[in-house]
Design a protein around this ligand. Structure first.
Ligand SMILES: [Zn+2]
Length: 166
């Protein structure tokens, strides 16, 4: 995991860390000293790694198996499900022909029920390639779907605002 520091004169006190494409991005005020920042980075890194590290592709496979059994009667099959680092904007993608699913690794840092929603969304694409009525009905089998969509929209607009700040 690479650490990228972005300093901003407009940022007053708060130091923020976020995962961007598998790297940790630190947003810091311009005025903070390197020494002080290093201490903060170490703490943030430990916290983030704890959250992100246990989640590897095997974790995704296990979640997908579980969600397949719970919401699709175990009827779905796929070739692989993997984290992807190069889709910062997209939450996930499904190649229906190759039956491969990619999940943005930014989701690994979000609560499990939110990541589960994205997995259910991509699993549903194995049956329905588009976002039509039938697709929506499949996704709604996951009871927290609406809440997760709200959660993702809120966290994505927050991320956009942070990007504009820098
Ligand atoms: Zn979709």
């Amino acid at each position: 995991m690479e650490v990228i520091v972005k300093r901003s004169a407009r940022r007053k006190k708060t130091i923020q860390a976020r995962m961007v494409g598998g790297n940790m991005e630190i947003l810091a005020p311009a005025s903070i000293s390197d020494a002080a920042l290093a201490g903060h980075i170490e703490k943030l890194q430990t916290r983030l790694e704890k959250r992100v590290y246990p989640k590897d592709d095997l974790h995704l496979q296990k979640r997908a198996d579980h969600l397949n059994r719970k919401y699709f009667q175990g009827s779905l099959t796929w070739n692989c499900i993997q984290y992807s680092t190069n889709q910062e904007r997209r939450r996930g993608s499904c190649n229906c022909l190759a039956r491969t699913i990619r999940i943005s690794n930014n989701l690994a840092a979000l609560p499990q029920w939110v990541e589960d929603y994205v997995i259910v969304h991509e699993l549903a694409h194995l049956l329905e390639p588009n976002h039509g009525k039938r697709f929506k009905a499949l996704v709604r089998r996951y009871p927290l779907a609406e809440r997760a969509i709200g959660f993702l929209m809120a966290s994505e607009s927050l991320q956009q605002r942070n990007l504009r700040e820098n």
